[in-house]
Design a protein around this ligand. Structure first.
Ligand SMILES: Nc1nc2c(ncn2[C@@H]2O[C@H](COP(=O)(O)OP(=O)(O)OP(=O)(O)O)[C@@H](O)[C@H]2O)c(=O)[nH]1
Length: 407
């Protein structure tokens, strides 16, 4: 099995087709990262808003066409459900303007997709009760297109296969229920209706999955640093903003660490850029290995990192730093330990007004740690923690001392 998976991965890489992980990401959102879920929720809600706003106007306005071509009593009945559907679309559009979350986006889409099939089922029931002339029949036939319009609308949303199946199944059931009476008189017509619906559904699912695939690649590219695999500054800012708001809502704790590797430039200058890259990668891996699952590590700049520690008090943040100093950030090419200057900030202890102020404070403390001798952290109330192996960090990492002797 392992052998087959490895073969599939190498084949998929060389042919440019999906790897098992990519396929899984298209099947379900279980492994989607926070930036992807947020981005997807925002797109879905903005499109639900767009769709619902248009339908909120179109559905009631269409009654003018009904008035011209359908019997008066039938027009009155249809007008009632048109007004109700229009109101439902207004409600959905209004809800879609609220802050995006995946749960809200999914519920709104489910709501949007149910209004039209319900409208279709009720209107179809009333239309069947009337003997319609040829012209009236043409207008009535337009009603039968409603589920097709809705299913085609799925192309607008970047959905996983599981979501698509969950949304498409009820619509398919509605169409099957609606064609049952028709099947009694005209089986080929009923079969071709279901066939056409399935075909449009297939195309819509394909387009929707493709949109998701494209979105995944774009968001991943923008959210993860190519060298270290950490969150990029852009994705990190979104995460900081979210965590800060969640923390202030729940009045809990939130600590951040601002790390700047010490004398990193000398690694590049003495051993070359590739060696510098290896040091950065190792430091990033060590950081990720030290923090908890819910924490986030961001590559803030060249050799600067930010660690977000949700719910962590200043003492807990210091525990993380102690763990990190013990585990280390890897070694430089000359075998000396890589160290960092670290600034700490905490939302309650520092009473910061927003995440930017928190970053500024942590940056300022990191600078104090740097000027205070490097290889140390500077926390709240000037609490300092020193790197254990580096009681004399400056001497170990003095650029002049690591420069190889020139002949
Ligand atoms: N190899 C490599 N180097 C990088 C990357 N990004 C930034 N740098 C280098 O990181 C170095 C940062 O050096 P400085 O900010 O001067 O500071 P430093 O040498 O770490 O010294 P202190 O911060 O004062 O301890 C610069 O030489 C950048 O070129 C990268 O992706 N790869």
């Amino acid at each position: 099995m392992k052998y087959l998976t490895a073969m599939y991965i190498s084949l998929s890489e060389s042919l440019g087709i999906y790897t098992p992980d990519q396929l899984y990401e298209l099947f379900t959102n279980k492994q989607h990262s926070m930036p992807i879920s947020r981005h997807r929720a925002t797109i879905m809600q903005s499109r639900v808003f767009f769709f619902c706003a248009i339908f909120a106007v179109l559905v009631p306005t269409w009654s003018l066409i009904d008035l011209l071509f359908l019997p008066g009593k039938l027009w009155g009945e249809l007008l009632l459900i048109r007004i109700l559907s229009g109101a439902a679309f207004i409600l959905l559009a209004w809800q879609a303007r609220k802050e995006a979350s995946l749960l809200r986006a999914r519920l709104l889409l489910a709501g949007m997709l149910s209004v039209t099939p319900l409208f279709y089922l009720v209107s179809d029931h009333w239309l069947q009760a009337y003997e319609l002339s040829d012209t009236e029949q043409v207008v009535a036939e337009l009603y039968a297109l409603l589920p097709f319009v809705m299913v085609a609308g799925l192309t607008l949303f970047p959905l996983t296969l599981r979501e698509l199946l969950a949304y498409a199944a009820p619509m398919l059931i509605v169409v099957v229920i609606a064609v049952i009476p028709q099947a009694k008189n005209d089986i080929p017509q009923a079969v071709s209706t279901i066939w056409l619906f399935t075909l449009i559904l297939g195309v819509a699912m394909f387009a929707s999955l493709n949109q998701l695939r494209y979105m995944l690649s774009q968001v991943n590219r923008a959210s993860y640093d190519v060298l270290t695999g950490l969150l990029t500054r852009r994705a990190g800012i979104e995460m900081l903003d979210l965590q800060y708001r969640l923390t202030t809502m729940s009045e809990s704790n939130l600590s951040i660490l601002y790390l700047d590797l010490d004398h990193f430039k000398t690694v590049n200058d003495v051993y070359g850029h590739d060696a510098g890259d290896v040091v950065l990668k190792t430091a990033a891996q060590q950081l990720c290995a030290t923090v908890r699952k819910g924490d986030s590590v961001i590559r803030w700049g060249g050799e600067e990192f930010i660690v977000i520690l949700p719910t962590a008090t200043p003492d807990e943040a210091n525990d993380v730093i102690t763990r990190l100093m013990k585990a280390g950030l890897g070694t430089r090419p000359d075998g000396t330990p890589v160290t960092a200057s670290i600034g700490v900030a905490e939302v309650q202890a520092d009473t910061t007004k927003d995440w930017k102020a928190m970053i500024e404070l942590a940056d300022h403390r990191m600078y104090t740690a740097k000027t205070g001798g490097r290889a140390r952290s500077m926390g709240i109330n000037d609490t300092q923690l020193l790197w254990p192996e580096c009681s004399n960090a400056e001497a170990i990492q003095n650029p002049e001392e690591v420069l190889p002797a020139t002949s």
